[in-house]
Design a protein around this ligand. Structure first.
Ligand SMILES: C[S@@+](CC[C@H](N)C(=O)[O-])C[C@H]1O[C@@H](n2cnc3c(N)ncnc32)[C@H](O)[C@@H]1O
Length: 226
């Protein structure tokens, strides 16, 4: 029993959903179809549901252990929330991983984890490519202003902008800083793609008191509209 109790304990990297709810709400509606990559054993999806999210939340993690635990711990959540083993750098090509079918790809700490391993450039590029492949290329009414990859990280703009802006995906990227402590005040957004002044605007954010949220929106003038 003790082992099971220990195993079912949840662990959240960075802050809980409530810290980011305001920023996320600027970019996704409660009906958004969300793919959370590297969900871990975090309560984030459950917190979204508790806060009123009614759209599908597909959770994927490379660890079969955490996926199995999440499915057990959250078996009373609505059927709109599902748990899957998979690699965010090479997602399956079967349901629910349908190309161009998600409004939001959500990453909290998974790009950070990839950056701590070897082959960082190739791995982060593969993650971005898969996220872009899974994103719709135009918004569905009431789900987003633009389909987007959202990365929540400890990495400040100086260390992260180059991983998300000016890449092959040609995303329109902005960044927020969110205070780690209550009341989790959010600063921004600051536009980082197509501008030169983001470094000046975010220099004061280089501090341990913040987490950062990068919102990478699909440009609506892309050719491959679906
Ligand atoms: C830093 S933890 C973050 C977990 C959770 N998102 C949170 O905020 O608490 C990173 C997670 O990414 C998962 N992960 C690492 N590489 C992955 C990959 N290639 N595909 C899917 N998940 C991966 C790990 O198993 C781990 O659960």
């Amino acid at each position: 029993m003790r082992q099971i109790a220990e195993k079912t304990q949840q662990f959240e990297w960075y802050s809980r959903y409530e810290a980011f709810a305001g920023v996320l709400g600027n970019h996704m509606g409660t009906g958004a179809r969300v793919l959370q990559v590297g969900c871990g054993n975090s309560p984030f999806a459950a917190d979204m549901v508790a806060a009123g999210h009614v759209g599908e939340i597909v959770n994927v993690d490379i660890s079969a252990t955490v996926v199995e635990l999440q499915a057990k711990v959250y078996n009373s959540l609505p059927a709109t929330v599902s748990w899957h083993v998979g690699d965010c750098m090479a997602l399956p090509n079967s349901a629910p991983f349908i190309e161009a079918s998600f409004d939001v790809i959500l990453d909290k700490g998974t790009a950070d984890a990839l950056m701590c391993g070897g082959d960082t450039t190739a791995n982060v590029a593969a993650m971005r490519r898969e996220a872009n492949r899974m994103l719709r290329k135009r918004p569905v009414s009431g789900t987003t202003t633009a389909p987007c990859f959202i990365s929540i990280t400890y990495g400040d703009p100086k260390s992260r902008v180059r991983w998300f802006s000016g890449t092959e995906e040609d995303w329109d990227v902005c960044v927020y800083a969110v205070e780690k402590a209550l009341p989790h005040k959010a600063l921004g957004p600051v536009q980082v793609s197509g501008t030169d002044d983001w470094q000046d605007k975010t220099r004061a954010w280089e501090s341990d008191v913040y987490h950062y949220v990068y919102v990478c929106r699909v440009r609506m003038n892309q050719q491959s509209v679906m």
